[in-house]
Ligand binder design. Structure first.
Ligand SMILES: NC(=O)c1ccc[n+]([C@@H]2O[C@H](COP(=O)([O-])OP(=O)(O)OC[C@H]3O[C@@H](n4cnc5c(N)ncnc54)[C@H](O)[C@@H]3O)[C@@H](O)[C@H]2O)c1
Ligand SMILES: [Zn+2]
Length: 399
């Protein structure tokens, strides 16, 4: 074969195409893409309408993702009931995942440097609205204030802004991760798991979280249960779970808590703290994670912690009201080290993918957190089921 420079160019193009690598002159595409996409738009309190919008022309840095599924988050529940962020009309859904079906010619890699191709399964994290300093590799990160996420964006001309939809347009400059090595359920759980990876990283800054620490986890919704799973993958075994729902406490034990305390069985904080102490074999907790949005639970949690212990408060993603504590008894005289935790960084996202593999590897029932699945057309029913607190994680799985 006569390989002149023209042939070499042809061969390189051919190889790149087979590898799914970027061809410079035109955007890559995977088969026919419909002209329109459905979205579930929250148009008034407690009501979604299924609407259709044209799929827009992609920019050179944009990615079109065909949605496979998306979890319903507590924040979606707040938006559904009260619209605290004033976003209506809005396409919600930020715990989503799907497959790249088309990408602009400049797109080559994900936010961790992994190659991206049509057919890859992806999740998004933050969109950097105005703070490019929050990067993957910035260990001294500021908080994520200033960044947005798909699924909590005001509606605009594109409309395909949230994961409760058939398609999402990921704009250039947003973070995106190739997670093709995780199954659909695991991918749907990435976002809430990242919340706990971040919280545990915050907790570790106190220097009080050790292999043999006694750890109390208050609140056994998805957040508290994932907290237990993260602690277990770190090798922490002495975990006491506190909640008021027996089913959730039973799940906490399945997830690896060694004891469970039902706060409804105790009258007064002294009796409740006594029950936590008894569950640890006569000791208070070295460290506690507060995973409820209840101000009373915040007031209570200090009583579970020993002198010199630590607390990570992560239960208040939004304003849940004021809590009463006694600064002398609860903080000063006990010398409690407290950290707050809110959302996550991109680095936490990368850690989360490994955490999920480790949790599956040691047999933790992470996937069982997804208790209900609904198609997009039943999004109102999905939210109503979520509000009734019948399950744990409700997921929209696209038809
Ligand atoms: N820090 C963050 O970035 C972040 C991210 C996501 C969610 N959150 C917050 O975390 C909290 C938990 O989220 P979730 O999805 O697990 O919610 P959830 O409502 O499903 O679970 C909360 C659990 O707390 C229990 N509970 C209520 N009062 C209690 C009390 N006094 N003592 C012990 N248990 C009590 C409830 O029975 C319930 O099981 C929410 O308030 C949410 O807003 C924070
Ligand atoms: Zn969420």
């Amino acid at each position: 074969m006569n390989i002149d420079s023209k042939n070499v160019e042809q061969i390189v193009k051919q190889v790149l195409m087979e590898m799914g690598g970027a061809l410079p002159e035109k955007a890559k595409s995977a088969g026919p893409i419909p002209e329109k996409s459905r979205v579930a738009m929250l148009t008034s309190l407690e009501h979604y309408d299924i609407k259709e919008y044209p799929i827009p022309k992609l920019g050179d840095d944009d990615i079109l993702v065909k949605v496979e599924g998306c979890g319903v988050c507590g924040t979606d529940a707040h938006e559904f009931k009260r619209d605290p962020f004033g976003l209506i009309p809005v396409v919600l859904g930020h715990e989503g995942t799907g497959e790249i079906v088309k990408m602009g010619k400049n797109v080559k890699k994900d936010s961790a440097g992994k190659p991206l191709s049509v057919g890859d399964k992806v999740v998004t994290s933050m969109i950097f609205a105005d703070n490019p300093d929050i990067t993957m590799f910035d260990l001294n990160k500021q908080n994520v204030g200033g960044a947005d996420v798909y699924g909590l964006l005001p509606d605009d001309d594109v409309h395909l802004n949230g994961w409760f939809a058939d398609y999402l347009v990921v704009r250039g400059g947003s973070s995106i991760f190739n997670v093709s090595d995780l199954c659909l359920e695991d991918r749907i759980l990435i976002e809430p798991c990242a919340v706990l990876i971040h919280a545990v990283e915050r907790a570790k800054t106190t220097g009080l979280l050790r292999f043999n620490s006694r750890v109390a986890v208050q609140g056994c919704g998805p957040i508290g249960l994932i907290c237990i799973a993260v602690l277990r993958t770190m090798g922490i075994e002495n975990i006491v779970a506190v909640d008021g729902e027996e089913k959730r406490l039973a799940f906490a034990k399945e997830m690896g808590a060694c004891a469970a305390v039902n706060f409804k069985e105790y009258k007064g904080i002294e009796a409740l703290a006594g029950a936590v102490e008894k569950a640890f074999g006569g000791y208070l907790a070295d460290f506690a994670f507060q995973c409820t949005g209840s101000p009373v639970a915040h007031s209570n949690v200090y009583k579970f912690i020993r002198n010199g212990g630590g607390l990570c408060e992560l239960g208040f993603f939004i304003n849940g009201g004021d809590a009463t504590i006694n600064p002398h008894f609860d903080i000063c005289s006990k010398e409690i080290t407290t950290v707050g935790s809110w959302a996550y960084t991109l680095r936490d996202y990368a850690t989360t993918f490994d955490f999920i593999k480790r949790a599956n590897g040691i047999g933790l029932p992470l996937k069982k957190l997804i208790t209900h699945k609904f198609p997009l057309s039943q999004i109102n029913e999905a939210h109503e089921t979520n509000l009734k607190m019948e399950g744990l994680k409700i997921a929209i799985i696209n038809e």
